[in-house]
Design a protein around this ligand. Structure first.
Ligand SMILES: Nc1ncnc2c1ncn2[C@@H]1O[C@H](COP(=O)(O)OP(=O)(O)OP(=O)(O)O)[C@@H](O)[C@H]1O
Length: 304
């Protein structure tokens, strides 16, 4: 495979405040690459720089060998782009917007557009101002996909979609990948990236802290297990068990909070041996994973 997107030392300052700092990465043709990060990390800035809407303060990015800033019009022809908020003339209908954008791009197959509308359960007959956030997002997705671009750049694509539409959208992603096309999508939802992407880049405070296979993210996934007991509990019951990273006793002394990585068998057995009343697990949010693994004063711990 050859790299379709290449970023090298890509940096963007807004005045004196940082947008992104020194990003270097490559996206291969045909892969679905997830760009993960908490709010304000720099995902939209990266995407807008790739799209040639922002001029890098330093470094450069290319798409198919074209410079994203100096050759932006040629880059845009290769890309289907979903901005973080898709906005359009509020008086136009969805159909008018799609026709207008279709003419701008050329080569759009109307029956494919109709198919996309049906798949996402989108009614193109209403005016833009009448569309809910989710419907605006669908319209944004349809216009990004409709010319079967070589590269899709999607900023938080599933935000506002209901779970059924999300699943359909994931199928659409797999289909475009099977046609050899490439997808770069940003998200702050870890399960979404796990489900759809082959590789992931994690951005935090404007810096790329990890680029890895999605399968390796699973090693980062840690869950919190809360176990309550009929009487006083002891952290020692669980310390040292396989996968148990930390144990905390809550104030009333009858509940333990465990950070566990991987399988839970050993924890469940120990809980049963001490007559646990209940056991529940909580998946951490991406932000929590960041806080645990990428504390500001800790060195970056790849693939832990
Ligand atoms: N137009 C702007 N002017 C000044 N600072 C900006 C501007 N746009 C973004 N920033 C700053 O750049 C940093 C990165 O923002 P960016 O929008 O790229 O993050 P993000 O990862 O897309 O976040 P979110 O998930 O909230 O959209 C933030 O600190 C933000 O405040």
């Amino acid at each position: 495979m050859t790299a379709l997107i290449q970023a090298s030392g890509l940096t963007k300052y807004y005045g004196r405040s940082r947008g992104i700092l020194d990003l270097t990465f490559e996206i291969e043709e045909g892969e679905i690459f997830g760009f993960l990060g908490p709010n304000g990390a720099g995902k939209t800035t990266t995407i807008r720089t790739l799209m040639g809407f922002l001029r890098p303060s330093a470094g450069r990015a290319t798409i198919a060998g074209l410079d994203c800033w100096s050759q932006a019009p040629a880059v845009k022809r290769l890309v289907g782009y979903l901005p973080s908020e898709f906005a359009f003339d509020p008086g136009l209908t969805g159909a008018q917007i799609l026709t207008y954008l279709g003419h701008l791009r050329g080569g759009v197959d109307r029956s494919y557009v109709q198919q996309l509308c049906e798949r996402l359960d989108f009614d193109p007959g209403k005016r833009f101002r009448e569309y809910s956030r989710g419907n605006r997002q669908k319209l944004g997705l349809i216009q990004a996909f409709m010319h079967r671009p070589r590269l899709l750049i999607l900023d938080e694509p599933s935000s506002g979609l209901d779970p059924l539409n999300q699943q359909e959208f994931y199928r659409m992603l797999r289909e475009v990948q099977s046609e050899g096309h490439t997808v770069f999508l940003s998200s702050h939802i870890l399960p979404e990236v796990e489900q759809t992407c082959s590789r992931v880049g994690i951005i935090r405070d404007g810096r790329l802290v990890e680029v890895n296979e999605v399968s390796r993210l699973k090693h980062m996934r840690q869950q919190t297990v809360v176990i309550s007991f009929p009487g006083p509990a002891s952290p020692e019951w669980f310390q040292g068990l396989p996968g148990v990273a930390a144990v905390r006793l809550n104030r009333d002394g009858r509940e333990l909070h465990l950070d566990v990585q991987g399988e839970l068998q050993a924890v469940i057995k120990a809980a049963a041996a001490h007559d646990a009343l209940s056991l529940s697990t909580q998946e951490p949010s991406l932000e929590e994973i960041f806080l645990r693994f990428y504390q500001v004063d800790q060195p970056v711990a790849a693939g832990r």
